[in-house]
Design a binder for this molecule. Structure first.
Ligand SMILES: [Zn+2]
Length: 249
């Protein structure tokens, strides 16, 4: 591995960079775990359920409408026949006792049939009304949900906007710091950041603040003997170890 050298000032910039990267990561994490985002997602999921349920209720209502029309037509047909029979009876067109008996028995059976069919119409009407009322309450819930979504989405966008501003500011500050770090040092930092999440850590009180391990005497002595522009690495976590005035050396 090539040996990177950098002035103590440039090395200290890495700590600012690590702080800014930690801040950007925090902002990003907050952005992805916002309860406001989850709330809108929940509303959208419920809305999709309601949309499907409304379609099903509408289909059901239409089917029952057709069923009702058919049952009503059946009633009409029987009623028409029964009226016609009665007219024949009343007009005295039927004179033979045998025919008369057949006609009277047909009228009686048509009346029974009509009553049965009317019961069917009533039953279908009741089911249709229930379907309509279920469809209406689903629509009302969906309308109410739409207004809740509007409020929740506005809240979410407001928080996302604030986080976006914070993120932009941190990114600007980061660009300013990056401009003061030599390319090879920055490259090493970025590689460590990809591997460990945090690219550089301070040495404070004989401890690496990246992995929180206290360095042993041998390592500390090695660091004491190192030149100021030597870029050190923590033996434990491999992060860039930056010496500070309170490193305890
Ligand atoms: Zn370490």
């Amino acid at each position: 591995m090539e040996l990177v050298k950098a002035s103590p000032e440039a090395q200290l910039r890495l700590l600012e960079l690590a702080d800014l990267d930690a801040e950007l990561t925090r902002i990003d994490h907050r952005r992805r775990s916002l309860p406001e985002v989850a709330e809108v997602d929940r509303i959208d999921a419920r809305d999709a359920e309601l949309r499907d349920a409304i379609i099903a209720a509408e289909t059901n209502e239409k089917d029952l409408g057709r069923e009702q029309a058919k049952a009503e037509a059946d009633v009409d047909q029987v009623r028409t026949r029964s009226v016609r029979d009665r007219e024949r009876l009343d007009a005295g067109q039927v004179s033979s006792p045998r025919e008369l008996e057949v006609l009277q028995s047909e009228i009686a059976s048509l009346l029974r049939r009509q009553s049965e069919l009317e019961d069917i119409v009533l039953d279908v009407m009741e089911r249709r009304e229930a379907a309509q009322s279920s469809r209406d309450s689903l629509r009302a819930e969906r309308d109410e949900l739409a207004s809740r979504r509007q409020t929740a989405a506005a809240r979410r966008d407001e928080v996302l906007g604030e986080l976006g501003e914070q993120s932009e500011k941190a990114a600007d500050r980061r660009a300013g710091v990056v401009a003061q770090v030599p390319a090879d040092l920055l490259d090493l930092y970025e590689r460590m950041r990809v591997q460990h999440g945090v690219g550089a850590a301070a040495l404070r009180g004989g401890r690496c603040e990246g992995c929180h391990l206290t360095l042993n005497t041998v390592d500390l002595n090695r660091i004491r003997a190192a030149d100021d522009d030597e870029v050190l690495r923590c033996e434990e976590c491999r992060r860039i170890l930056v010496r500070t005035p309170d490193s305890g050396l």
